[in-house]
Design a protein around this ligand. Structure first.
Ligand SMILES: Cc1ncc(COP(=O)(O)O)c(C=O)c1O
Length: 380
């Protein structure tokens, strides 16, 4: 497989004393009793739907959930939309797939961030796109480096994946202007922007979009858990109908039971409550991690500036090598993950990605104190 197209994973049964994998969330803090009630209620709704005749549902999704999402987006991301504008998908990944299917013709150029998110790259490549890997700097995607003929630009502006910095407002405006000039579609993947720990939120691209260019993609994989497989897309008006049709062509619609349960969870205020609880927990973990990286591992690591998300990248100082660190950490039963695989070309930074979604403060302290004992011996 070409570089930058897959997230390296340990075998599913690998058990480490401390694992700081990215992309996982903490199910231990999820309100299972509340969820169980929502699912039970959804079962009753499902039983009654259609008056005893089972039939297919709206490909766009269940109204309750779409309403919950549209209200949430208006409130938290200033994305003004009606419930009919929301298409419910099987995670963000299916949202990217649907947008790709309706926008890209084989051979079209799709611009992705470098370094970037391998599953999005692999998907666009599978749809026949030619990928243009556009570098990012501390302000996000470097708009000047976009190829003129890109048909679609895929970005992660709240929390650049994997490095973490938010895209600056100036760059957002520049990107929107660029897309307008070149007739390109922008996919804004807002995968974990809910968890913002510093500063005021920068306006989402979707909220700044006056020309109807942005497909806003969201997911419940970080706010709830990834095995729920729930996400959504708010496309520009011009793509609404084609996306709805593509969803129907692909799988008719997402699971009614999960959608209905999640709709109730959102409209009853439980989602907002859960986000507040998780925000507090993740903020403590993040503070503990940054404290340890700075105080006990400051010679070797420098956390990259990130204001949001549930992982961060710590850059390695000259003298240490990412692969050596990862291997020694694994030998000591600690999972930290190099950022090399997120580059399609030559890597420009050496560093490790540290997920704190699934690790308690105690685990962070235990893991990073253990790592601190290894680092001096790894200096080249
Ligand atoms: C950049 C990015 N987008 C989206 C997702 C979530 O994808 P999905 O909703 O398909 O689980 C992730 C998960 O790690 C991610 O890192």
């Amino acid at each position: 497989m070409p570089a930058g197209m897959a997230i390296p994973m340990l075998p599913a049964d690998a058990r480490l004393d401390f694992d700081f994998k990215g992309g996982v969330t903490d199910k231990r803090l999820f309100p299972w009793d509340v969820w169980r009630r929502c699912v039970n209620q959804a079962l009753r709704t499902q039983q009654r739907a259609g008056g005893g005749v089972a039939a297919y549902r709206d490909p766009g999704g269940e109204q309750e959930l779409r309403l919950g999402v549209s209200r949430y987006l208006a409130f938290s991301r200033a994305v003004v939309c009606n419930w009919q504008d929301v298409v419910v998908t099987q995670g963000a990944q299916q949202a990217l797939d649907l947008v790709g299917r309706v926008v890209i013709q084989p051979g079209d150029v799709v611009a992705v961030e470098e370094p970037g998110y391998p599953p999005a790259r692999a998907l666009f490549a599978a749809l026949g796109a030619k990928l243009a890997h556009v570098p990012v700097d501390r302000e996000g995607l470097i708009v000047d480096r976009l190829p003129k003929h890109a048909r679609l630009v895929y970005v992660t502006p709240s929390h650049q994946f994997p490095l973490g910095m938010p895209m600056s407002l100036a760059r957002r405006v520049e990107l929107l202007e660029w897309a307008k000039r070149h007739g390109a579609v922008i996919v804004e993947d807002d995968y974990d922007g809910e968890f913002r720990f510093e500063g005021r939120p920068v306006e989402s691209l979707k909220s700044l979009d006056r020309a109807g260019l942005v497909a806003y993609v969201g997911t419940f994989s970080k706010t709830l858990f990834p095995d729920l497989r729930m996400g959504y897309v708010v496309p520009p008006e011009s793509l609404r109908e084609p996306l709805w049709t593509a969803k129907r062509a692909g799988d008719w619609h997402s699971c009614m039971l999960t959608q209905t349960a999640l709709g109730t969870f959102m409209l009853n205020g439980e989602f907002a409550k859960h986000l507040r609880r998780m925000h507090k927990a993740y903020a403590k973990r993040r503070a503990a991690l940054i404290g340890l990286l700075t105080d006990e591992l400051g010679d070797a690591f420098e956390p990259m500036p990130a204001t949001a998300g549930i992982h961060l990248v710590a850059q390695l100082a000259p003298g240490w090598d990412e692969d050596d660190v990862m291997k020694a950490a694994l030998d000591a039963s600690i999972g930290v993950y190099g950022i090399g695989p997120f580059y399609a070309g030559e890597r420009r930074e050496q560093g490790v990605l540290i997920g704190y979604g699934g690790a308690s403060v105690e685990a962070i302290e235990g893991g990073f104190r253990r790592l601190a004992t290894l680092m001096p011996g790894l200096r080249r």
